[in-house]
Design a protein. Sequence first.
Lengths: 390, 148
Amino acid sequence: MTDPAAMKPGPDADQHAFDVIQLTNELPTGKLGGVGTVIDGLASGLRKLGLSVLWFLVDEAAEPGRTTPFSLEGAMVEVGTLADLRRFSAPVLHIHCYEPHQRLLELCRERPSLYTIHSLLNWEARSNDIDLTPSIRWQEALIGAAARVVVISEAERSAYSALGYLDLNPNVSVVPNGVRRAGTFRSPRGTATIGFCGRLVPRKRPEYPQLILKDPHFGACRTLIAGRGFSQYARDLLARERLDSRVDYLGWCAGPRLEAFYEQIDVLAVPSVYEPFGLAALEAVARGIPVVCPGSGGLIEALGDHAYYYKDTSYEGFQSAMIRWIRSSETERDARAKAAFRHYNQNFTEVHMAQSYVRIYAEMAGGPASGGISSIRQRNPKSSNPSFGV
Amino acid sequence: MQAMRRPGSTDITLSAPTLPLPAPSASPGISSSQIALVLERHTLVIPPFQLKRGRPTFLHRTELRIDLHTIEPDLYRVHAVQDFWSEDDNPDLTQCIAGIFLARRREIGTWEEPERWPTECRLLAVLAIVDTRASPYRLAPPAAWHRE
């Protein structure tokens, strides 16, 4: 048990004062993945809004003086134990964690804390048919310990409510993820290469964009799979369906490789049963890539009317939407891609995300009258109007 | 890091610097003779290698040294696998990261599979069998081993 006093800001904390401290225990190895992509976008957005931000990567095995595994644009990044956090102060502690960490619960009770739930583990367990009980219990404890909670779509708020979590913490807001513009917008695209991007878990249905190759409409297509974690199921599927020559598993793609993946594909298949938001879909839209996905969950909020939707999460539904995509004219694909991009650009850039969070930080810090985040922003105004052209 | 180090696996160390890669061996039926594994007393040394399977080439750019003292004495198969746990930023999509997985023989006579949790990697080729049940350890091509 850690002495809670050890977690309060130390005597020299004012020398290391920030507008907000972002805390995660997901990234101490420097591997980014989905949460890392959001964090990277949030770092960029908060910088554009002029906030001073410390990104603190919790690693209880960290040795003093350890260098950070990566940098975030314009932000200070520190790696350390939770006890090291007392060297820094901020009106708000913003938490992005899945990995259980009991002492973090104590810290939440010591400092005004905001917890962003990037995925509800209870729904992860159900949709993947796995037992995540210890992690679910820890997430529920963290929800209860935080002053406020953010979920990343209205669909997630409904799921949060359905799980009874309003009893744990009723102070829940929706802040959709935002994606920093990267890569090249290119439209119209062809119809030769189907893409899938994400962790290769059952809930994401990675078999769908492979099985579709057996349909005669897709006889000239191939599929690229970008994501972590192979499986016996994937191995057996390739062998049974004789798809080995038409499906390339690219492994866990990051940076230039992820960009090369998006450059090569003509459509992104997101056939997830449960998708809190649909970050990969938004990354695709930002590059002019049409998306085929179920018209449910966070996806429909992120993509508006501009994806190739299907009504349920069945393979037959996916197949019908894929056929609509491959039969559509180049003009239609181009129009959808441009409309989807506009929807993204008007609602889901990293600056939109950061603006929503800053409003919450300001409320938590007490607003301008108490000298919180709002007054800091007034001292240091910067342009916050995102504007990209197609 | 291109070696698997998942729960229950062996300790693996990587040596630096990166060494020049030999030409890729062809698929299917990659021969262990094309990747010259060496046993230095209790250390299995795997040189940098590349394997061609279908379109992609799977690369392992560094020499691996596996201290076999750190694992339970038994029979192991040395697997070349596609690594699904190292973030890859190589923009050449015809190249993928390879790794090494030591598969222990189960009591029922079958071998651990790299595709199973928690390793979740893809078998590319069986490179060799290593027997650590008694000193001196023995290293043999897979075809040379018959069930005992």
